[in-house]
Design a protein around this ligand. Structure first.
Ligand code: PEP
Ligand code: MG
Length: 325
């Protein structure tokens, strides 16, 4: 199937009525970067840095991280590279870093919470990312943000890292963009406030679905309840994008839903700027994008907003794609 679509790999991702959408890849290693590039990715919208920490028996040093971040940035040429700071805890563990036993690890000591608690580890990563920013279009992203305080505390450590690099005469991009994942319902509810503190949002639908519906994303017993098309989700997406637009910041989506063909009309109707997905989805999404009109998606959204169940939402989305093919 991929070979059949290869001819559109170099085509610009734009709808017939002129809405351009940047299609990017989620990666967690150099190997995945090469697959992403051969799949026509226009950048990396989510670099999951966990592998750098999981692949060894101690925390990676600044230099080791810097080498990797810089190689990816350079390999991408001028295309964007969004580096997400460490997102361990929950389902992701490190052998050499003992995390507390928790009854609810997904609601526990993880992601930005660990980074703000272990400032030493966090600053090492921020220095490595800053240094790599001198070699490409690097952006920084914090995971699992749920309050303004967290953003400010993280940015304060970022400022410290910058001042250190200044003193040491080490170059970095002083205007590196800083954004957050929107993956906790609290962040959606205060999206208007958060939008005033950052340069971009990236909606992490994997966790946002989990937390909005109170459905553990790893639990197969209840996987039928894990529903990205639940009307509550649609409202969250509408609210988040509206807040981003109002503040004029970039809005992206990087959860699995970004690569779901059924969801494409939603992203177009909300006028999202970037979609970041598994490499294997990129060409499929691009093919659909090339013959979907944004104008029609906008009309569809008005209908979706009136739906009372996810069944109705999915039905309308399926009818829409059947009629536009
Ligand atoms: C998400 O939560 O949607 C996401 C992209 O991050 P992860 O899957 O790594 O939690
Ligand atoms: Mg997540």
């Amino acid at each position: 199937a991929k070979r059949k679509l290869q001819h559109i790999a170099d085509r610009r991702a734009v709808t017939p009525d002129g809405k351009a959408l940047r299609l990017e890849a989620n990666i967690s290693s150099m190997k995945e970067l090469e697959i992403a590039l051969s799949s026509g990715a226009n950048g990396v919208g989510l670099f999951r840095t966990e592998f750098l920490y999981m692949d060894r028996n101690r925390f990676p040093r600044e230099e080791e991280q810097y080498e990797v971040y810089r190689s990816v940035a350079e390999r991408l040429g001028g295309d964007p590279l969004v580096i997400r700071t460490l997102d361990i805890g929950g389902d992701k563990q490190l052998d050499y870093f003992e995390l507390p036993e928790e009854d609810n690890p997904f609601l526990g000591y993880r992601a930005i919470r660990i980074s703000l608690d272990r400032k030493d580890l966090f600053k090492t990563q921020l220095r490595a990312i800053l240094r790599a920013s001198a070699f490409g279009e690097v952006k920084l992203m914090y995971p699992l943000i749920s309050s303004i305080e967290e953003v400010r505390a993280a940015n304060a450590i970022l400022d410290e890292a910058k001042r250190e690099l200044d003193r040491e005469g080490i170059p970095y991009n002083p205007n590196m963009k800083v954004g957050i994942m929107i993956e906790v319902p609290a962040a959606v509810m205060i999206a208007d406030l958060l939008a005033q503190e950052v340069d971009f949002f990236s909606i992490g639908t994997n966790d946002l679905v989990q937390f909005t519906l109170a459905v553990d994303r790893m639990n197969e017993e209840i996987s039928h309840l894990y529903d990205p098309f639940h009307p509550a989700l649609l409202r969250m997406l509408v609210q988040t994008t509206a807040a981003a637009k109002k503040s004029g910041i970039t809005i992206s989506v990087c959860g699995e839903m970004a690569g779901d063909l059924r969801a494409l009309p939603i992203w177009l109707s909300l006028d999202v700027d970037e979609l970041s997905m598994s490499a294997h989805s990129i060409l499929h999404v691009k093919q659909r994008l090339l013959d979907t009109r944004q104008e029609q998606c906008r009309a569809l959204l008005e209908q979706l907003k009136t739906c009372r169940t996810s069944g109705e939402i999915v039905q309308r989305l399926e009818d829409f794609s059947a009629s536009s093919i």
